[in-house]
Design a protein around this ligand. Structure first.
Ligand SMILES: [Zn+2]
Length: 731
């Protein structure tokens, strides 16, 4: 790579007269120094200097000085334009890079100067891969051609997420990434309703401030507001006034709906506005515009998310309103315009683009339920970013599974970070460059692995979604024939770097999503080889510990918890379960989606996982009852049913479970009634409810009293909630 870069540079220099060129490195030493333009420069200039010294590009230590009266030939000059009297105007985060026959000059306002320093090192061949993992070319000779260019990023604000941001401060600077707290006053950047108008403070005395639906007001920590209530406007403006006074240097704040769908206000006045405006974004944008009018020198951001994605018919955002548009519902196997869900989003993007001066797009390349599930969407990232760029998007958050062990976490970050800065960069070159450096001899099999799965994603009926389980993919991108090929490529990759412990560890960490998927798929296969699965589980547990994998999903379930549960839940014995394979008759039918699997689902011995999409049977907003027929009268000692708690999917524990027995299936005698306390646990859990008895019976009846309505503390406040069961076990 280094040789290729230098020969490219040399080719460009052939036609230039020698006196026009700047010789920057001779015999492994810099010909000049790195110097600051201003005496004693605090802030950006010194930070840029530190950055340049942290990633040296020459054999000899790079010499520097904090300031020099005389700028010598060969010096690299760092200039913070905020300190210059006649500073030039540059677009936000842009910088100027100049090479003449005497010097290199990097100039920018504040942090843009840091970005300029990093970009210059990149142009010399240096690059950054991960946590403290970077590459320096160590140049022996370097001559630069004259250059005078202003480099402007594709998006003026760039945000992503990955574990390196927390552990390596240089990583963030290198990739010119920003964090919400840097620009949003009080870090109020998304879902801010309850911070600005806390339901705990106003909900009891002023329920009219909150959304009306299902025949009542619904105050709660996850509620939406009644946007047409003038008192809400006054309270919020007063809050903002003091917030901006406390954070005078922040220009932006977000007033944005809480998380949750279908929770917007349908009171008569809000309904009237929605009628006029064609949807729930109408009352929201009118409210936001009214706030923005009170704070003309500030910028008010709001969400276009779930129910508010499509813009209003009449009202347009004021000059100082920023729209944060989210493509959360889109499928991910191809670029946005190639799926029906993506085309729905494109309609919103095309409608907001001409009316919003400062459009922010929040894009999702993550599986929230399974961070370690393969997510083959890399080939779509550039397409989508170019679409955003062409639609006037100025700010961008690319949310990816950047946890340790997350699917291709380091490569994914590298691609996203580079493209957010320059969406026209070559995706394939980025991919190859990263793989070659990061994985060395293992690069080629891993490249083939990535391309094979991307091909499968485009060529099959997969619906790549951000809340899904690898089990959903066992018939397409993770089907057995492909799994065999993926594993063969990883075997090849591991063998290629067997003598290089650092790269071997990287390959093995990258393999974790494949191991996790195999385990997830195995637990749904009744014919699985339990010994083989046990060995695979042990290896997965050892590797996740070795590589410091902290969590498997957004609910913070850990690998250790997963493995312990797997052993008891999926590798435990089914022997002695009298319910196995027996028919179940429903007195209250489950949700329509679950009816096709309901007949066998409760007694097939296959336990569901953390995502409700497989093996679970659910009821929404109601109670449930069913009768199990054991086929003959049997002695019963224990009955248990197993529930899923997954608050993010509005799946709550029920209030009560009752067990009854019968000899004839007609008259039942209750043997146990279990009351369940309210459970607000955030992690995904499988919670058994059981009863002991000493009875003879053929029929077992289970009655479940559902919670029915999402409580005030939950995202779905006032809306129907679910409960899910996967198995009934009788011993
Ligand atoms: Zn209302």
């Amino acid at each position: 790579m280094k040789r290729a870069f230098l020969s490219l540079l040399a080719a460009a220099l052939v036609l230039l007269p020698a006196q026009a060129q700047l010789r920057l490195v001779r015999d492994g030493r810099m010909t000049g120094r790195i110097i600051l333009a201003h005496p004693g420069a605090p802030g950006a200039e010194r930070e840029a200097l530190q950055l340049m010294l942290s990633v040296p590009v020459t054999d000899a230590p790079m010499s520097s000085t904090e300031w020099a009266m005389v700028i010598r030939k060969g010096d690299i000059v760092l200039r913070d334009l905020d300190r210059d009297e006649a500073a030039e105007e540059l677009p936000e985060d842009a910088f100027r890079l100049t090479v003449d026959s005497r010097n290199v000059t990097i100039a920018g306002h504040g942090k843009a100067l840091l970005y300029g320093a990093a970009e210059f090192l990149k142009r010399l061949g240096a690059d950054y891969w991960g946590d403290g993992e970077y590459y320096s070319p160590y140049l022996r000779e370097l001559t630069l051609a004259p250059l005078d260019t202003v480099i402007v990023p594709t998006f003026r604000y760039r945000q992503s997420q990955n574990y390196m941001l927390a552990s390596d401060p240089l990583y963030k600077v290198w990739y010119h990434l920003e964090q919400p707290s840097e620009i949003f006053a009080g870090n109020l950047w998304v879902h801010t309703c309850n911070t600005l108008l806390p339901a705990a403070r106003y909900g009891k005395d002023h329920p009219e401030y909150y959304a009306w639906y299902n025949s009542r007001r619904n105050p709660g920590s996850a509620s939406q507001w009644c946007m047409s209530n003038p008192e809400v406007l006054e309270i919020v403006c007063a809050r903002l006034d003091s917030l901006f006074k406390a954070h005078p240097h922040h220009k932006m704040v977000s007033i944005s709906q809480n998380d949750g769908s279908d929770t917007y206000c349908r009171c008569p006045e809000c309904s009237r506005i929605m009628e006029e405006e064609g949807g729930p974004s109408g009352p929201i944008l009118r409210f936001i515009n009214a706030v923005a009018e009170r704070f003309p020198d500030k910028e008010i951001s709001t969400l276009a998310y779930l129910f508010s994605v499509q813009p209003p018919r009449k009202t347009v955002p004021r000059e100082n309103v920023s729209i944060m548009l989210c493509d959360i519902d889109c499928r991910r196997q191809t670029s946005l315009p190639e799926t029906p869900s993506g085309r729905e989003f494109m309609k919103a993007l095309e409608s907001w683009a001409p009316i919003c001066r400062d459009l922010f797009v929040w894009d999702y390349g993550i599986n929230f339920d399974n961070y370690l599930s393969p997510f083959p969407n890399l080939s779509t990232i550039k397409d989508n970013m170019l679409i955003f760029k062409d639609h006037n998007v100025k700010m961008h958050f690319s949310q990816i599974a950047g946890v340790r062990g997350g699917d291709l976490a380091e490569l994914r970050s590298y691609i996203v970070n580079n493209l957010m800065w320059d969406a026209t960069a070559s995706l394939d070159s980025l991919e190859r460059r990263f793989l070659t450096h990061y994985y060395g001899q293992a690069a080629w099999p891993l490249y083939k692995y990535i391309k094979l799965m991307e091909g499968a994603a485009i060529g099959t009926d997969v619906d790549l979604f951000i809340y899904d389980s690898p089990v959903s993919y066992k018939g397409n991108i993770l089907r057995p024939e492909l799994m065999r090929r993926y594993n063969a490529l990883f075997d090849e990759a591991e063998a290629a770097v067997a003598g290089d412990p650092v790269r071997l560890a990287r390959v093995r960490r990258t393999r974790l999503p494949l191991q996790y998927s195999a385990l997830e798929i195995a637990r749904t296969d009744p014919d699985r080889d339990r010994e083989e699965t046990r060995t695979a589980l042990d290896l997965f547990e050892a590797r996740t510990r070795e590589f410091g994998v902290e969590m498997l999903n957004e609910r913070h379930n850990t690998p250790a918890e997963y493995c312990a549960l797997y052993r008891t839940r999926y590798l435990g014995s089914q022997e002695g379960n009298l319910a196995a394979g027996r028919p179940v008759r429903f007195l209250v039918e489950p949700g329509a989606k679950y009816r096709p699997i309901a007949a066998q689902g409760l007694t097939d011995g296959i336990y569901g996982g953390a995502t409700f999409v497989e093996n679970w049977i659910g009821w929404e907003g109601c109670d449930a009852a069913f009768v199990l027929d054991l086929g003959a009268e049997r002695a019963i000692r224990e009955i248990s049913v197993d529930f899923l708690r997954q608050l993010g999917a509005w799946i709550l524990m029920p209030e009560q479970v009752r067990f009854s027995l019968s000899a004839d299936g007609e008259s039942f005698t209750e043997v146990a009634s279990v009351d369940l306390p309210e459970d607000r646990g955030n992690k995904v859990e499988f919670i058994p409810v059981q009863a002991s008895c000493h009875e003879q019976a053929r029929y077992v009846r289970v009655d479940i009293v559902g919670t029915k309505t999402c409580p005030e503390w939950h995202y779905g406040v006032g809306n129907p909630c679910w409960f899910f069961i996967d198995e009934i076990v009788v011993r």
